[in-house]
Design a protein around this ligand. Structure first.
Ligand code: FE2
Length: 312
């Protein structure tokens, strides 16, 4: 079988297309705890306390959706090799390989997955100095959950092309995939249409996680679901809606996978496994509707010609 195109090192950043760019930029900086890197008419770039140049890019759009997911790759040579292998596999490339010319600089290549999501592989982007803050603010983005119309096809693509591994299944409803020792950087959720389900931000500890929830309460923002602790991944969770209705999560304590010892398991979807503390209860219809989002064609929206190419 063909080798994966690349070795992914980590999830760097997520771009969201948002119907409320100004309000959401204020929310993610003033309330959520990210810091402004740059703000323009069409959106904003925001960072956490970690060493990524930015972790969230907000782009003005008529419909909410996923703009792009960016993963770190070691070197420009790896990017060139990944591009060569993408071409061999017939995966459509939409930018690069080459210098990105973007705000975080670096050398990258962007391609389209079978459901129109744009994935960017990026090396040599600007590093920034870590911030040491007492406040309960996110380090960065730690995972993205994606609604898919075909979970087996999605898992196969991210496993075979990108070399990700399945850490656990939640029955045949969700698949948690890793690219490093974090239990998951991406998870897929079987759904009626393609959309971004939520983006999760890492808090350094359970204490930071709880204090972050407290700060949001003082801003009049209550969790839609949580706080609680998930079975698969063992991470804490608390889900909120941003001003555009996109779902954001505070999380902490993600399980660390030892590649030599980890056994993938299939979790039953029962309350004591999806809410191990018993504090969160079942997700409400409201949070489920937010997580379902609106049908998102991604790159196929502006480039319908890519649809056939990406599915080959
Ligand atoms: Fe999550």
């Amino acid at each position: 079988m063909d080798q994966p195109i690349v070795t992914l090192r980590k999830l760097r950043s997520v771009e969201l297309r948002t119907t409320a760019p100004a309000e959401s930029t204020d929310f993610y900086t003033d309330v959520w705890g990210l810091a402004m890197v740059e703000r323009g008419d069409e959106g904003a770039w925001l960072r956490g306390t970690g060493d990524e140049h930015h972790v969230l890019q907000l782009t003005a759009a008529e419909q909410n959706g996923l703009g792009r997911i960016t993963f770190a790759v070691a070197t420009p040579a790896d990017i060139d090799e990944a591009a060569r292998r993408l071409e061999l596999r017939g995966v459509p490339i939409v930018a690069g390989p080459g210098p990105t010319g973007e705000i975080s600089a670096g050398y990258g290549v962007s391609f389209v997955d079978p459901e129109g999501r744009v994935i960017q592989l990026l090396a040599d982007a600007y590093a920034v100095t870590r911030m040491y803050r007492q406040e309960a603010v996110p380090v960065g983005v730690t995972h993205v959950v994606l609604n898919t119309v075909d979970i087996d096809a999605a898992v196969a693509f991210y496993r075979d092309v990108l070399g990700m591994r399945v850490s656990d299944w939640s029955e045949h409803q969700m698949a948690f995939m890793r690219c490093n020792s974090d239990h998951h950087s991406i998870a897929f959720n079987q759904a009626e249409w393609t959309a971004v389900n939520h983006v999760a931000y890492e808090m350094p500890s359970v204490d930071h996680f709880m204090r972050g929830i407290g700060r949001l309460r003082h801003h009049g923002v209550s969790p839609m679901w949580g706080p609680g602790r998930h079975g698969p991944g063992d991470n804490t969770f608390s889900y909120f809606s941003d001003p555009a209705g996109l779902v954001c999560e505070y999380t902490s304590g993600i399980a660390q996978v030892d590649e030599d010892r980890w056994l993938c398991r299939v979790w039953r979807r029962v309350p004591e496994l999806s809410d191990t503390w018993g504090t969160a209860g079942a997700p409400s219809a409201e949070v489920r509707a937010h997580m379902a989002g609106v049908p998102d064609d991604g790159a196929f929206g502006t480039r319908p010609d890519l649809r056939e190419l990406a599915r080959r």
